[in-house]
Ligand binder design. Structure first.
Ligand SMILES: C[S@@+](CC[C@H](N)C(=O)[O-])C[C@H]1O[C@@H](n2cnc3c(N)ncnc32)[C@H](O)[C@@H]1O
Length: 229
């Protein structure tokens, strides 16, 4: 009897190891290489657009926390398929504007399709460069990064570029997956801790002004330019 239990136990272990191996080898990588940069694999766009995302992403609460209102000009940098872009567009109205920036042609295509299908007349889609978002100068109230910041190379230099795009008093919002919470989302090795982001932003000339903790999987940081009053 003891031998049978042992045998079944070994079979279960082999089965579980096999399933883990199959899952690991058959899944597409979460990041791909593009022009020497590592970026989000568009094969996973379904995850960004999945029906249950609102449950953990809480976009209405994000909008409320950032006090985005009629007339706000916001840049959704690394906009992906436009999950936030569309919600921002509805919130800022005719007097406001949304710049939806991405570096991948696939995402630019998806963003343009969304803008057309949903008649988002206050949205401009911009093909950004890896070193700069290609935004107009001194034009933005809020530069918004959801699950993008970690994908940017030479972040301090990039955020100095972003600083030039902000209006006086402009802010930068950064949402990123916690480094130590849950396996769903970016691979753990690709994640950044809050303190790493805060330190880098300080080097780029920003100071942390708010830290929101209502998102279960992600931290949410708000910065302003350090020498602004
Ligand atoms: C994980 S997706 C997040 C998409 C979107 N922000 C969201 O929350 O649904 C990251 C996006 O950032 C884009 N990206 C990566 N590096 C970028 C850069 N330097 N400038 C602009 N977009 C970038 C990728 O192409 C990808 O679409």
């Amino acid at each position: 009897m003891r031998n049978v239990v042992l045998y079944v136990n070994v079979l279960i272990r082999i089965g579980v190891a096999g399933l883990i191996w199959i899952a690991g080898t058959s899944c597409a990588p979460r990041m791909i290489e593009m022009e020497g940069h590592r970026v989000f694999n568009p094969e996973y766009i379904w995850y960004l657009e999945s029906e249950n995302r609102d449950r953990w992403q809480k976009p209405d609460k994000v909008i409320e926390a950032l006090q985005i209102s009629e007339g706000t000009v916001i840049a959704d940098i690394g906009a992906g398929g436009g999950y936030f872009t569309e919600r921002f567009s509805n919130q800022v109205g005719k007097r406001g504007h949304v710049y939806a920036v991405d570096v991948q042609d696939v995402m630019i295509g998806l963003l343009k399709e969304r803008v057309k299908n949903r008649k988002l007349e206050n949205v401009t889609v911009i093909k950004g460069k890896f070193g700069t978002p290609m935004l107009p100068c001194h034009a933005i109230d809020i530069a918004f990064f959801s699950s993008v910041y970690k994908e940017i190379d030479d972040r301090i230099r990039y955020m100095k570029e972003v600083r030039r795009c902000l209006k006086p008093g402009g802010q930068v919002a950064i949402i990123e997956f916690y480094k130590d919470r849950g396996l769903v989302g970016p691979e753990l090795a690709d994640r950044l801790s809050e303190s790493e982001v805060i330190d880098e932003m300080r080097s780029a000339g920003f100071i942390l002004i708010r830290q929101f903790d209502f998102l279960p999987k992600e931290y949410f940081l708000l910065f302003r330019v350090a020498d602004a009053s």
